[in-house]
Structure formats: structure tokens, C-alpha cells
Design a protein around this ligand. Sequence first.
Ligand SMILES: [Mn+2]
Length: 345
Amino acid sequence: MKESREAGNRLLEVALDLAADGGRIGLFPHERFDADAVGAAVSLSRALGSLGCVSTVLVGEPVPESLQHLPGLEELLFYDPADCPVFDLALAIDCREPDRLGGRAACFLKTPLRGAIDHHVYDGEAGDLELIDANASSTSELVFEMISDLELHLGRPVFDPVMAVLLLAGTITDTGRYAYSNTTPLALRQAAAMLERFDIDLSQLNYDLFERTTLERLQIKGDILSTVRPAGKGRILLAHATRAMLARRGAPDDELSNLASEIRAAEGSAAVFLLVEGEDGSIRVSIRSNSCFDAAAFAGRFGGGGHVRAAGMTLEKLSMDEAEKLLAREAEAQLEACLNEGTPE
Ligand SMILES: [Mn+2]
């Protein structure tokens, strides 16, 4: 934490220097931004703006429907590849590598002075202007600390109600409502501080972030859950959605991968496969795992990838039934192998 505080202070010093002569700062949340990336970026942008910097949050895609309830997003600048703004300092937010910025990577790299604020795990030393803290619950937690330090330094308030909601949204999302193992005491103290200072409708925010749904989504969820079937002595669970199922409910096929996590909550499940038929007949597979089952390694064998506990891949030229049989067989073999090895982690 001490190191990350130093990196945060270095970033603030540069920003204060830039502010003195109207410097321009570009903030680059990662591609397909989530509440943490955009919440941290817009909050920091507002704080830097209050110092006198010209601060811009540059995004590559429109705000997804699921985040449109968040305040302050009218400030986002949508990237036009023909028109990369000139910045004195560019910061990657909630990521570190330019390849996480998609089409904006070239624009990011055009700025000579670059840094990052992130909480993902990396090998190697962080650069001078890189605030990387894998122990932080979220990038919003890191930005909160920076803005707190800024208030101490300036001796005046900097937080505003929009920042409060955005930073809470980022931390709530990345910690799964303060439920995941990455939840820190600091994140909880920050939440308390924001609730003390500002009038925030926490219940509405949680509804908007986690619960909001539509009748069609509830219906397709019911349809999909009714397809769950066990394999491999009940430790492997498979569920699917065909085009016909989706069409019947008029349901979009996005955000269904969350359902795979819900199915994983079934007691005794080691691996969950949710298969969704695409418009072109290919089958997108979301994998969630418990125990020793490495979802990323499994997906990797089929050209996919991801994390140990959550991964994905696409299967071509198979019927739903063939795909389920293939996955059940291969997953059972991998599960048997890792159970016999003992737990690798
Ligand atoms: Mn994050």
C-alpha cells in the first residue's frame, strides 16, 4: 500500500504541475469498460478538472445499457480514429497494457508521457507513473485514495456526489457487492465515508448494478436453468440456449454468461458449461469452475481462454447435443486427472 501511495502521489504531482499551465490529461479506460474502469476514470477526470487540468475520458464504444444509470457519463468523449486528441499525459485506467485499449491504443501511445492506474496482476516492475496495486479491490479504490490525498494536499473538498456514486459503483461491481475475496477493509471504509458525506441511494444503485432485469430475461433464464443436466457423477453441469429458445422469448443473447456463475453455486459442482447457439450456428461456451478444474486450460484446448475460474470458447460445426457430449466427456477426463493429482493451487 505504501508503494502504491507513492505512485499515486507521483501521478498527482505531475497532474498539479500540468494544471499550473492548463495541461491536458487523457484517461483511457479498458475496452468494453465496466463500472470500475469508467467510474474510476470519470471520477479522476472530475478531480483533475477541479485542479485546472483539461481532462478527458476517451472511450471506444457507447455506454452499455447496463451502465446508463450511472451519473457523469455525459462527459465521455467517444474516440474518432481520425481525430486523436493531443494530451500532455495519458493514463490507462483499470488496465496497463495498450492492447487492452483496442482501437485507442495508437492514440494512447502517441502521448510521450504515459502511465496507468490498475489493480490487475502483472509480472515486472511498475513504471514511474504506473500505480499498480493488485491488493486493491478495484481501480476505484485506488482513485479514491488519490482524491483523498488531493483533498489533504489542497485543504479543500474535491469529492462530489457524482464521484461518490461512480467510485462506489466501481468497487461494488469489482467486489461483487463486497462479497468476493478481494474485498478490503479500506474499500469498506471508503464506502462508509461516501455514505457519510453524500446522500446516496445505495439500494437503488445495487438494483441498477445487479438486479435490474426484464421479463424476457427472467423467462429465458428459467428456460436455460431447466436444461441443466449433470455429467461426471454430478460434478459437471451443462446447460444450453438454442436460437429457437432465445427467439421464443425475444431475449438477447448477451450477458447470459452470468448465468453460468449462478449455476456454479450448485453444491458439489466442479465445472459448469453454458452453451449458447450463435446466429451463425457456432456455439459460444462459458465455463465456470470450482475445485481443481482449470477453466482457462480447458478453454485453451479449444482455442479459447480466460481465467482459472471463468473462461470461454467457441465450438463450430457441432449440434448442441454433440457439443454437450464432447464437453461432458473431455471435462470429466480433465477433472479426473486433476483430482488424482491433488489440488495444484
Ligand atoms: Mn477493475
